[in-house]
Design a protein around this ligand. Structure first.
Ligand SMILES: [Fe+2]
Length: 166
């Protein structure tokens, strides 16, 4: 395997990693939505699933622009974050406390993606890939929105509900 020696090559690796992360999420989010006790949280996760499908297709567009196929790699960070989310679901009953745990796991996912898209966007900008930079910016905005929405649900209802339980 040839080693990376340019920002362009590094950027391609970042896109592959993100593509793996989004595809893992597309498989994991329906299970997360199903595990929630709160309808509001369930629909926020389902909405983000639809956005996530878009994030994957924006990355496919980016690969196309670069004349590359979206090769199969595994984003290990996302794999671990999803496993931790599954762990909290297994450890908790279907109740507000589980929902608070799911929100925590989902916010860790969003923060990871915000960091990764932020880096990729800045690399796209340096490389002069304006169209790709724009695509990454759109996704970054939606990840931030999703994180804020999760924060609101926790603060407006789920945390207090979980705290009222025995
Ligand atoms: Fe995403």
């Amino acid at each position: 395997m040839t080693k990376i020696k340019s920002l362009r090559e590094l950027f391609l690796e970042e896109l592959k990693d993100l593509y793996s992360a989004e595809n893992q999420l597309i498989r994991a989010l329906p299970k997360m939505a199903h595990a929630t006790a709160s309808n509001e949280l369930k629909s926020a996760i389902e909405k983000h699933l639809e956005q996530t499908k878009n994030h994957a297709s924006r990355l496919e567009q980016a690969f196309q622009e670069l004349g590359h196929k979206p090769a199969q790699v595994t984003c290990k960070a996302m794999k671990g974050l999803i496993e931790e989310g599954e762990e909290v679901v297994q450890k908790a009953e279907k109740c507000a406390a589980r929902d608070a745990g799911i929100i925590g796991a989902a916010q860790r996912v969003e923060h990871y993606e915000i960091a990764a898209y932020g880096t990729a966007q800045s690399h796209a900008s340096e490389l002069g890939y304006n169209r790709i930079e724009q695509l990454l910016q759109e996704t970054l905005g939606e990840e931030k929105e999703a994180n804020n929405k999760l924060n609101d649900i926790a603060k407006d209802s789920v945390n207090a509900e979980a705290n009222q339980m025995a």
